[in-house]
Write a protein that binds this ligand. Structure first.
Ligand SMILES: Nc1ncnc2c1ncn2[C@@H]1O[C@H](COP(=O)(O)OP(=O)(O)O)[C@@H](O)[C@H]1O
Ligand SMILES: [Mg+2]
Length: 172
């Protein structure tokens, strides 16, 4: 073990500037290659910041070629055909965090799989903790800024994979 648990809080975030939508998709694809079989990722950022676009790129990186729609109304979209099961959540429409328990969504956080959660604060205090926190915001240039932060040992390992991995060719 290279790093003590207590060092997590002081880890600097990994940052990327994303010039256009393709750069956001490429970042998601790159993250796909760094994923363990079990992880929870919070996606933070305003409407239109690129949370769903990043998830779309991640799913593409796992070989998923179908349509990736925002789970704003369904609360969760499962993708089980890839090497790792992906569960994409969006709690934007919650008016009460209890809806998380009422919908039985806590079960999705018990087993293996990678869970990506948009608007995680709206399901607190019921939502299990994240291993990785991703922040996205609109840059002055019109592009996006991306920040990834590890919050657990698994999250730290994932981010190390992400930052040392060669970015895929920008031709896709
Ligand atoms: N790096 C980027 N630069 C400019 N526009 C982007 C970038 N990444 C994504 N977009 C665009 O911004 C919007 C983001 O939408 P979406 O991913 O649904 O955001 P969110 O899920 O955060 O609400 C989409 O129209 C997408 O094409
Ligand atoms: Mg979204």
């Amino acid at each position: 073990m290279l790093h003590a648990h207590s060092e997590h809080d002081s880890d600097p975030p990994a940052s990327l500037h994303l010039v256009d939508e393709n750069a956001t998709l490429a970042a998601g694809e790159r993250l796909a290659g760094a994923l363990p079989g079990r992880l929870t990722i919070y996606l933070r950022g305003d409407l239109g910041a690129g949370k769903t676009t990043l998830t779309r790129g991640l799913l593409r990186g796992l070989g998923f070629t179908g349509k990736v729609k925002s789970p704003t109304y369904t609360l969760v979209e499962p993708y089980k055909d890839s090497r790792i099961a992906i569960y994409h959540f969006d709690f934007y429409r919650f008016t009460d965090a209890e809806e998380f328990l009422e919908a039985g969504l806590d079960e999705y956080f018990e087993g293996d799989g990678v869970r990506l959660v948009e608007w995680p604060d709206r399901a607190q205090p019921y939502l299990p903790a994240a291993d990785v926190e991703i922040r996205l915001w609109i840059a002055a240039s019109g592009g996006r800024e991306l920040e990834l932060r590890a919050l657990s040992t698994e999250g730290r390992r994932c981010l190390e994979n992400f930052t040392t991995r060669t970015p895929p060719p920008a031709t896709r």
